[in-house]
Design a binder for this molecule. Structure first.
Ligand SMILES: CC(C)(COP(=O)(O)OP(=O)(O)OC[C@H]1O[C@@H](n2cnc3c(N)ncnc32)[C@H](O)[C@@H]1OP(=O)(O)O)[C@@H](O)C(=O)NCCC(=O)NCCS
Length: 189
C-alpha cells in the first residue's frame, strides 16, 4: 500500500533512509562517502511531506520504501542541508518535476518497490501538468533510473561540509512519450 507521509512518520523514515543507504550503497560509494551523505544529504525534505508528495510503501506493518516527487525547484537533499530553492514553485509548462529521495529497505530491494514509487510519482506529476522528470541520482540509483527510461544529463560532484566530494548523476526523462532529441523546443527543465 502506498500512502502520503506525514510529519509523524519522519523519525521512522529517517531510520529507513539510513539503513537503505548503508546497505544498498555498498559497491557504489565508500563507507566514508555513505556516512558523509547520511550526515549531509540523505534525509526527509519536509517541504515534500507538507506538499503531500512524499510517499511510503507499507508492507504489513513495516515501511518497505519511501520516495516522492516535487513541484519545487530543489533537486536533492534533506532538511539538514537544503540544496537549491526549496520554496520556488516550478512551472509545468517549462520545468521538469523533481523525483526525490527514493530509499528502499534492504530486505525489499529488487522487488519492484522503486518501480512502484516511480509509477505513482509519474502519474501524480502528469496529473499536475508536468511533461518531464528530472532528478539527482546517487550512484546506486543510476542503473535503476536508467532501467526506467532516464538518460544521464551530467556527472556532478557535491563537496560536502566535511570535504567529501560525493559523485551524483543528474538524470531526466520525458513523460509524454517523446524523447529529448525529438523535442523541437529542446526544453526539458
Ligand atoms: C535505487 C533503489 C531505489 C532501487 O529500488 P528497488 O526497489 O530495488 O528497484 P526495483 O526493484 O524497482 O528495480 C527496477 C529495475 O531497476 C534496475 N535496478 C534496480 N537496482 C539495480 C541495481 N542495483 N543494479 C542494476 N540494476 C538495478 C533493474 O532493471 C530492476 O528491474 P529487475 O529487478 O526486474 O531487473 C534502491 O536500490 C535504493 O534504495 N538504493 C539506496 C538508496 C539510493 O541510493 N536511492 C536513490 C536515490 S536517487
Amino acid at each position: 500500500m502506498i500512502r502520503a507521509a506525514t510529519p509523524a512518520d519522519v523519525p521512522a523514515l529517517t531510520v529507513l533512509i539510513q539503513r537503505s543507504a548503508r546497505e544498498l550503497s555498498r559497491g557504489f560509494y565508500t563507507d566514508r562517502e555513505t556516512e558523509s551523505a547520511i550526515t549531509h544529504v540523505f534525509g526527509v525534505d519536509s517541504s515534500l511531506v507538507a506538499d503531500g508528495t512524499y510517499y511510503i510503501v507499507e508492507s504489513a506493518d513495516t515501511f518497505a520504501a519511501c520516495g516522492g516527487w516535487s513541484r519545487r525547484r530543489s533537486l536533492y537533499g534533506g532538511d539538514q542541508r537544503p540544496v537549491g530553492e526549496p520554496a520556488e514553485l516550478l512551472n509545468p509548462a517549462n520545468d521538469a518535476a523533481r523525483i526525490r529521495a527514493f530509499f528502499v529497505a534492504p530486505e525489499f530491494a529488487r522487488k519492484g518497490m522503486g518501480r512502484l514509487l516511480l509509477t505513482h510519482c509519474s502519474a501524480a506529476a502528469v496529473a499536475a501538468g508536468f511533461t518531464a522528470l528530472e532528478l539527482m541520482a546517487t550512484l546506486p540509483g543510476v542503473p535503476f533510473y536508467a532501467a526506467l527510461g532516464f538518460r544521464e544529463v551530467e556527472a556532478v560532484r557535491d563537496i560536502l561540509p566535511d570535504g567529501v566530494a560525493l559523485p551524483f548523476v543528474r538524470m531526466a526523462r520525458r513523460l509524454d512519450g517523446t524523447t529529448f532529441e525529438s523535442d523541437a523546443t529542446g526544453a526539458h527543465a
